[in-house]
Write a protein that binds this ligand. Structure first.
Ligand code: ADP
Ligand code: MG
Length: 433
């Protein structure tokens, strides 16, 4: 096996060592990132992600009282000051969360600056910097100052700058933190491209699960410790391991509430007795199979119990029948999705999901904002792919935003889950298990 590009052995790191304010920020860290790999450091705020990138980026080399920080087999802390400076200039490019662009320099000069430290002449610096800006569609902003740019544009400049000395290793610390979803997606595409096309080794720091989609090594951190590492082979693997991670880490002992048991009949036939529900389910199944028409179905619901019906008011019967038709319609969509998945398990589902979204959310009186919608769609997709259980699905919807959830109320979630589960019933195990 070739030497990993980055290898940390038993690394500990303290802030304010020996003082009352001491923080043991990294605890016995052991990680390996292969050359050409794409690794993500994932964990909540304060778990030590940035500290870890400072060590790997050669920004902070003191206060590590034990362990080794090996880059290409050489320990950063054994390097002379000069050697360390060289590593920082050409060995690693860092994209900071706050972009760290110099406000007094133009975009072009910001990108060219790292080359200046290498003593490259002005003409060549400009030429190379322009090339990089061009790559990220920023040529026309080259004479502007950072403060004239949007967050997404500053981000692209900061990526261009990180590349300016052609480093083999790119570290991006929460590169999506200040971006809207479109720009965040673009930034992820750039990182992926740098990895796949340019062969750079990527370390991406994030606390947002959705942004792990391209990582091939996910290092989960919690309270300064690596609590798990995963090497997802593909997106579905990535989602599976993520969901297992959530399940184990966030809800270690709470028994999942069995919302799955909320079957379609209980959604539609609240208030019926056990016997009535049984009869209802029988007819409902016939209707769903298409063996009876909606008129028949309504008649049946409307007829007195003693005559074989359910004795519901006509209006309620019609309402139920409409809901069932809606369900059948969406169930058909789910079936189409599964046919598609059978042919190509990696096929993206967002279009299909956006077609179902309004229906799923019809019991929810509010509106989801952009982030809420993205997370909602992701949870639905994971559920359709059967990467997560229905209990987990409900928890994602329930969890507050800061914990990667959607933050919906239990009553809204109940309606959503009932709809989705009933559309999935009998389908979900056929394809994916
Ligand atoms: P993350 O990037 O995952 O949010 P950090 O690496 O920034 O985490 O921080 C890890 C821990 O170290 C936190 O408890 C944080 O409060 C502490 N910390 C970070 N920077 C300093 C500092 N300069 N002085 C003291 N404590 C710090
Ligand atoms: Mg941080």
């Amino acid at each position: 096996m070739s030497t990993p590009l980055v290898k940390l052995e038993n690394v500990n790191y303290y802030y304010n060592r020996g003082k009352p304010s001491e923080v043991h920020a990294l605890k016995n860290i052991n990680i390996e990132i292969p050359r050409g790999g794409y690794a993500a450091f994932f964990g909540p705020s304060g778990c030590g992600k940035t500290t870890l990138t400072y060590l790997i980026g050669g920004i902070e080399t003191e206060n590590t009282d034990s362990g080794n920080i090996l880059i290409n087999g050489r320990d950063l802390r054994g390097l002379e000051k000069k050697e360390l400076a060289v590593y920082r200039q050409i060995g690693v490019g860092i994209i900071f969360q706050q972009f760290n662009l110099l406000p007094s320099l133009t975009v072009l000069d910001n990108v060219a600056l790292p080359m200046a430290f290498l003593g490259i002449d002005v003409e060549r610096r400009k030429k190379e910097a322009l090339k990089l800006l061009d790559r990220f569609g920023m040529t026309k902003y080259s004479a502007r100052f950072p403060s004239d740019l949007s967050g997404g544009q500053q981000q692209r400049v900061s990526i261009a700058r990180a590349l300016s000395n052609n480093p083999p290793l790119i570290i991006a610390d929460e590169p999506l933190g200040n971006l809207d979803s479109e720009n965040a997606n673009k930034a992820l595409e750039f990182l992926k491209e740098l990895n796949e096309k340019d062969g750079r080794t990527i370390i991406m720091v994030t606390h947002e699960s959705w942004s792990l989609r391209d990582a091939r090594l996910v290092i989960y951190l919690k309270d300064g410790e690596v609590i798990r590492t995963d090497e997802p082979k593909n997106k579905i693997d990535a989602k599976k391991s993520l969901s297992e991670h959530f399940y184990k880490q966030l809800y270690p002992e709470s028994p999942p509430e069995n919302l799955m048991a909320q079957s379609l009949s209980s959604m539609l036939a609240r208030g019926l007795s056990g016997q009535e529900i049984k009869r209802f389910e029988l007819f409902l199944a016939e209707r769903l199979k298409g063996n009876i028409t909606s008129e028949h179905f309504i008649d049946f619901l409307d007829q007195p119990f003693k005559d074989g019906g359910l004795g519901l008011w006509k209006q309620r019967a019609i309402k139920i029948s409409e809901t069932v038709d809606e369900l059948a319609h969406n169930r058909k969509k789910v079936e189409d999705v599964y046919h598609e998945l059978e042919r190509n398990p990696e096929v993206p589902l967002y279009e299909e999901i956006s077609k179902m979204r309004d229906w799923l959310l019809s019991s929810y009186s509010g509106t989801l904002d952009e982030i809420g919608r993205v997370r909602f769609d992701e949870a639905v997709e994971d559920r359709i792919r059967n990467v997560i259980s229905s209990e987990h699905f409900c928890r994602v919807l329930e969890l507050p935003r800061k914990d990667f959830g959607v933050g919906l109320s239990m009553s809204a979630i109940r309606g959503i889950s009932e709809r989705l589960e009933s559309a999935l019933t009998g389908k979900k195990y056929q394809v994916l298990h």
